[in-house]
Design a protein. Structure first.
Length: 96
C-alpha cells in the first residue's frame, strides 16, 4: 500500500522508502529526483527476462508517455509484454 507499512515477509517496508535513498537518484526518463515522487517509483528491469537488476523510474510518466506517443520503449530498449503487464499492475496498485 502507498503511504502505509506493508508486510514483506517478517519485516515491514519503511514508509515512503524511495524518499530515503543512500544516493540521490534521478529518473533516467525525466531527470526528476526519485525521492521527490509522491508515489513509489516503478522498478524497470534492465533485462526483461530477469527480476534484477532494475532501474527506478517514474512509472506514471512512463505509462503516460507510452499512451501519448504510442512508443513502447524506455531506457534504451523496447518494452516486452512482461514489462507492460508489470507497469499495468503498478499503475493499478498505486492508483495512478
Amino acid at each position: 500500500r502507498v503511504g502505509r507499512h506493508a508486510p514483506k515477509g517478517d519485516r515491514k517496508c519503511p514508509l515512503r522508502w524511495w524518499t530515503k535513498p543512500d544516493v540521490p537518484l534521478l529518473c533516467p526518463l525525466t531527470r526528476f529526483p526519485i525521492a521527490m515522487l509522491p508515489y513509489p517509483p516503478f522498478k524497470f528491469r534492465i533485462d526483461p527476462k530477469r527480476s534484477s537488476p532494475h532501474r527506478l523510474v517514474d512509472g506514471k510518466f512512463l505509462a503516460m508517455h507510452m499512451i501519448v506517443t504510442g512508443r513502447f520503449a524506455a531506457c534504451g530498449r523496447d518494452l516486452a509484454p512482461s514489462d507492460i503487464h508489470a507497469l499495468d499492475e503498478y499503475v493499478h496498485r498505486c492508483k495512478l
